[in-house]
Ligand binder design. Structure first.
Ligand SMILES: *Cc1c(COP(=O)(O)O)cnc(C)c1O
Length: 445
């Protein structure tokens, strides 16, 4: 193995890195970060190690990861059980082409996933992230109608939805600052209001008006719209909407990329619903947050529409790292942990602690719209009585204030939320809650 020192690099005419101060400066010289305005963003914080809910920074600071590192982590960082299984798999089979070949971790993962999903889910298609899991669901839905010889063109989605950053996923997401530059390139989608309390009837009426024999699919994030601001709505109204859409033949797509794997208190948000989806997209918590993996699952009715002697009916979709054995192994290890009594008890504990804190929060000035679903707690910072220029900065003020308290949260505008790994201790939860209390005092001071 060759290891290059900075002197070697100099000899080879490579850039001298010794002059650069530290990792953050070196990063700034060469890296473009996601969702980051590189002109104004402060230097990134170099993290050298993770353990449980804690992230250890290069400068010795520790942070409680109260957002599960963008909603992916479920059992804590560098979990020894997952690490051991993945390390073993790495020495056995790191990757193999998944067309014409298969392997134990993929088969076992599909065998173990299907029984815990809604009962009508019968086939698993692998990809490698949440956006592609959504793309595949959309392609399956469109091609289903094509293959059965009754092409349908319309998709219905919820306003302010977020389904990912690739083009199809963007198209079915709400139109926002995120999508503005691409709008001319996105296919048309019809939106209905998100059926939050008070908007149920409007959602029902608008769906009724849009439904026709041309609706291919109805897509939603069940119960919680994540990136749209942790917007929460009830299973009963979603069930009604699904029932209406299905009565017109529309395929039902549940994007459980964020809500899957017990975030909402049940294994999947769809388990809260009276109606089952036809297609589901999963990623994020699938591997416990260890590795990139996505899956799209579907019913036999959809799968059967692609089976034919006619090659044109094939689902022509696949990614280089489809069903990567390491990622499948991480997902299997994560499932072992998730389904254990200990983790399920912890999920209940977090939900109960959140409920107590939510009741306190609702009494506080400067806080409104406190809401909770399982392990996710969210609220809005109320801008009443605040000068608007200060308030428009509130996201950055809150983010940096909380970091100084040793708590990593990433407010969505004026929406604050906690979405922790399930291993978070009571003591750590208390630290997060009191950091929020301090933030509220700071904002009102
Ligand atoms: C994050 C997210 C996605 C996109 O997943 P990526 O892995 O970031 O591509 C899609 N849908 C929902 C609901 C999400 O929260």
């Amino acid at each position: 193995m060759e290891v290059y020192t900075n002197e070697d690099r100099n000899l080879q005419g490579l850039e001298d890195l010794t002059g650069l101060k530290d990792l953050a400066e070196r990063d700034k010289a060469v890296i473009w970060h996601p969702f980051t305005q590189m002109q104004t963003a402060p230097l990134p914080i170099p993290i050298v190690r993770g353990q449980g809910t804690l992230l250890f920074a290069e400068d010795g600071t520790t942070y409680i990861d109260a957002v599960s590192s963008w909603w992916v982590n479920t059992h804590g960082h560098s979990h020894p059980y997952i690490a051991e299984k993945v390390a073993k798999q790495l020495h056995t089979l790191e990757h193999v082409i998944f067309a014409g070949f298969t392997h134990q971790p993929a088969v076992e993962l599909a065998e173990r996933l299907l029984p815990i999903l809604p009962k009508n889910q019968k086939k698993v298609f692998f990809s490698d992230n949440g956006s592609t899991a959504v793309e595949v669901a959309l392609k399956m839905a469109f091609q289903y109608w094509h293959n059965v010889g009754k092409p349908r063109r319309k998709v219905i989605a919820l306003q302010d939805a977020y389904h990912g950053d690739t083009f199809g996923a963007m198209a079915v997401s709400g139109r926002s600052a995120f999508t503005a530059p691409y709008v001319p390139f996105l296919f048309d989608v019809e939106y209905i209001p998100t059926p939050v309390p008070g908007q149920e009837q409007a959602a029902l009426d608008q769906l009724q008006a849009l439904l026709s024999d041309d609706v291919a699919a109805f897509i939603f994030e069940p119960l919680i719209q994540g990136a749209g601001g942790m917007v929460m709505y009830k299973p009963e109204i979603l069930g009604q909407l699904i029932g209406m859409a299905r009565s017109h033949g529309a395929l039902i797509i549940a994007d459980e990329v964020m809500t899957g794997f017990s975030r909402t208190g049940k294994l999947f948000a769809s388990h809260h619903l009276s109606h089952q989806p036809d297609l589901m997209s999963l990623s994020k918590g699938l591997t416990g947050g260890t590795m990139a993996l996505g899956v799209t699952t579907c019913t036999n009715a959809i799968y059967d529409a692609f089976k034919s002697e006619d090659k044109h009916k094939t689902l022509f979709h696949g990614h280089s790292f489809t069903a990567n054995p390491l990622a499948c192994t991480a997902a299997l290890a994560s499932l072992d942990l998730l389904l254990s009594d200990e983790t399920q008890a912890s999920i209940q504990r977090i939900s109960q602690r959140h409920a107590v804190f939510a009741a306190q929060l609702s009494q506080k000035p400067g806080v409104k719209n406190v809401r909770q679903q399982g392990t996710i707690l969210a609220f809005d910072l109320d801008n009443e009585g605040q000068t608007s220029s200060y308030f428009s900065n509130i996201r950055d003020v809150a983010y940096h204030f909380l970091l100084e308290q040793g708590v990593l949260m990433r407010p969505l505008g004026n929406v604050l939320y906690i979405l922790p790994p399930y291993c978070i201790t009571d003591e750590e939860l208390t630290t997060v809650y009191s950091a929020i209390d301090k933030l509220l005092q700071h904002i009102r001071a």
